[in-house]
Design a protein around this ligand. Sequence first.
Ligand SMILES: Nc1nc2c(ncn2[C@@H]2O[C@H](COP(=O)(O)OP(=O)(O)OP(=O)(O)O)[C@@H](O)[C@H]2O)c(=O)[nH]1
Ligand SMILES: [Zn+2]
Length: 232
Amino acid sequence: MDALIKPLRGSKPSDVKSNNVKPAGFSPAQLDPSEFLAAVQPNRQRPSRHEAEGAIRTLLSYIGENPDREGLLDTPRRVIESYDEIYQGYHQCPAEVLNRTFGETAGYDDFVLVRDIQFTSQCEHHMMPFYGKAHIAYTPVERVVGLSKLARLTDIFARRLQTQEHMTAQIAAAVDEVLKPRGVAVMIEAEHTCMSVRGVAKHGAMTFTSRYTGVFRDNPTEQARFLSMVRG
Ligand SMILES: Nc1nc2c(ncn2[C@@H]2O[C@H](COP(=O)(O)OP(=O)(O)OP(=O)(O)O)[C@@H](O)[C@H]2O)c(=O)[nH]1
Ligand SMILES: [Zn+2]
């Protein structure tokens, strides 16, 4: 558990010398929560910022551009800065945000649902955005977590290269592992730009994924209540 509470990496995204980051491989059968939370592989050499900006110059040349023309001179810097932002989840610890809980709940024992948590993530196949809403419910045992922390948790996993299935499972595993509730339900609905602005080019197609544990998995009534509240 200690390893989950500590930040995944000690370094900031802007550090020049630090370990490389890489999402763990995912197979749907992989149910060990610690696997979901250990999302980075330490001890890999991370390229310097200068090298990363050089890679963007290479890409600019590849698409047929002149990286030395005035309008593109600062583009490699901007792109790497935007990468630091949209991939900052590799440097944040899911367990840390869920650690602060409150015990004065006057015996509240129903589930807590935070619906419509908007997020943007990046698909790991094309490095293109997918975006939508996450709905997260859990049935607390004595202590509850601050509501904003479920949104922060969503962002931590969204700000990594993802598949929607992996992100759904990771959120559920993190809540399960850290809060140890009676059950967790996570549903994500999202549009993938790799499917709308390129390739098959189907605008508006929405993908739904869900993951249930504990009472939401075992009790059809709880699952139905969750679904009806998510649908509003
Ligand atoms: N299951 C899953 N698939 C995804 C996700 N994001 C993107 N994909 C899909 O990943 C697949 C990659 O397929 P490939 O055939 O390897 O790549 P591609 O030639 O670019 O595929 P097309 O998108 O069909 O042009 C595509 O079908 C994408 O729609 C996701 O979150 N989950
Ligand atoms: Zn994609």
